[in-house]
Design a protein around this ligand. Structure first.
Ligand code: NAD
Length: 472
């Protein structure tokens, strides 16, 4: 596994200012697989200076030329897909099949979509007697989490490049090797020096220094609501732009007449995806009271197919969670669910059989969950599904919307019109209708405390643009 001992700043790998390092651990066997430098405020300052110096040239580069660079970046990511997948398996613990398809595959498609948008987006428009210019915001400070380590980088960096912004990235400390591979791809695509800069490091040191840096015009953050709140306050205090993609506690509402078997099985697979570490995971399943027992039985049976195993084995469908803290946190929530009176239909707080080593948790289905229980309210970020009963549609809507979050959701009904009518009343940023698929051009982002701003497609591009009106 490649591990650079420097920072990628101004087009080359250079030594870090300080001597601190961060160990990268394989969550499947707890072995250290590499170390990266722990960046300091000094490294962040050097990176921001490089990004500022590169900004005028990059902002003035015609969008069609920026599209060519994005295509080259897409090609570089595609050429190294296998290596990217293997790296994500090693540092996140994602099953290899999912790593190839999603962790390595999706970013190629997203980079491609922004190459196209750079080419076709109307960066100028006429409104009456004014010409309105959509110009780059400037230097972007991107702070990303570990759960989709490459996707979350590309979902920020590609639209920033398309818009004409330059970037300093501070990736999550658990998954810095994937970020280093991304920097190598930027280098292979021969983007001008300083357009992209990487500083690995701890959140409260390098991340905070980046959010606070006066040379950063926009902070784009994905991660926990607790840190998002801090970053929002820092950005607000400095009157700089901010985009926040935060947590979720999304509801999957199964209406009477829906295909129960299909809806429940899809929900279990969704909650086990990425070992439950997805901000848009459908962690609350709402079921009509008269089909409740049937739904719990299907869920318990379906979850048994997700046996925690070695992520490098192609047969594995669920691997470990990312680190010991996350494992303890998930197990803690499972214990809390039991203490508060929920019934374990499958799983539990113990280590899965034969998986005492590694950060494994048991995929868990809770029945008899009431909306006030902690497991129905807080983001667990593990493979834990809460099954909640409702009496009528109005109660289902009340429960679905009774959350500080509003990132995703799903509705299943006998027909599409019924599902859409319900989805219109949900307070959330995205709703899957009868098992609807992920669309990488559709805006992704939250209502309420799930965040500020949108990623993906042209809405994601708009985050990195500011408007100027020329009056005639
Ligand atoms: P986190 O919010 O602490 O980390 C996300 C990123 O922010 C990392 O790069 C981290 O280094 C950085 N960071 C941390 N503190 C910072 C600070 N003070 N200033 C600037 N940057 C800072 O998330 P985590 O600890 O990795 O995970 C904790 C919980 O967050 C999870 O259990 C989950 O609930 C949630 N989470 C949500 C998402 C999401 O996609 N919405 C992703 C990861 C984690």
């Amino acid at each position: 596994m490649i591990a650079h001992d420097g920072m990628f700043i101004d087009g080359s790998w250079r030594p870090a200012a300080g001597g601190g390092t961060i160990e990268v651990v394989n969550p499947a066997d707890e072995q250290v697989i590499g170390t990266v430098p722990a960046g300091t405020a000094e490294d962040v300052d050097a990176a921001v200076r490089a990004a500022r110096a590169a900004l005028p040239g990059w902002a003035a580069t015609p969008p069609a030329r920026r599209a060519e660079y994005l295509t080259a970046l897409r090609d570089a990511l595609a050429a190294r897909q296998e290596e990217i997948a293997a790296t994500v398996v090693a540092e996140l613990g994602s099953p290899i099949g999912f790593a190839q398809r999603v962790h390595a595959g999706l970013p190629v498609a997203v980079a491609s979509s922004y190459a196209e948008l750079a080419l076709n987006h109307p960066f100028e428009e006429q409104i009456g007697t004014s010409t309105v210019l959509h110009e780059p915001v400037g230097v972007v400070g991107a702070i990303t989490p570990w759960n989709y380590p490459l996707h979350q980088i590309v979902a920020k960096v590609a639209p920033a490049f398309a818009a004409g912004c330059t970037v300093v990235l501070k990736p999550a400390e658990d998954t810095p090797l994937t970020a280093q591979l991304f920097a190598e791809c930027v280098a292979a695509a021969e983007l001008p020096a300083g357009v992209f800069n990487l500083v690995t490091g701890l959140g409260h040191v390098a991340g905070q220094a980046l959010a606070e840096h006066e040379g950063v015009d926009l902070v784009s953050f994905t991660g926990s609501t607790a840190v998002g709140r801090k970053i929002g306050a820092i950005a607000g205090g400095a009157v700089k732009r901010v985009a926040l993609e935060l947590g979720g506690k999304s509801a999957n509402v199964i209406l009477p007449g829906a295909d129960l078997e299909r809806a429940v099985r899809a929900n279990v697979a969704d909650v086990c995806r990425n070992a439950g570490q997805s901000c848009n995971a459908l962690t609350r399943m709402l079921v009509p009271a008269d089909r409740y027992d049937e739904a719990v039985a299907i869920a318990a049976e379906a979850v048994a197919e997700f046996v925690p195993g070695d992520p490098a084995d192609p047969a594995t469908r669920i691997g470990p969670v990312v680190n010991a803290a996350q494992r303890d946190r998930v197990r803690g929530y499972i214990r809390r669910g039991v203490e508060e009176g929920a019934r374990l239909a499958a799983g539990g707080p113990e280590a899965p059989e034969g998986r005492e080593k590694g950060y494994y948790v048991r995929p868990t289905v809770f029945a008899d969950v009431t909306p006030s229980m902690t497991i129905a309210r807080e983001e667990i970020f593990g493979p834990v599904l809460s099954v909640i009963r409702y009496e009528d549609e109005e109660e289902a809507l009340r429960i679905a919307n009774d959350s500080v979050y509003g990132l995703a959701g799903a509705v299943w009904a006998a027909d599409e019109d019924t599902a859409v009518a319900f989805a219109r009343r949900m307070e959330t940023g995205q709703v899957d209708i009868n098992g609807g698929r992920f669309n990488l051009l559709a805006p992704f982002g939250g209502y309420k405390q799930s965040g500020v701003g949108r990623e993906m497609g042209r809405h994601g591009l708009a985050e990195y643009l500011q408007t100027k009106s020329l009056q005639f």
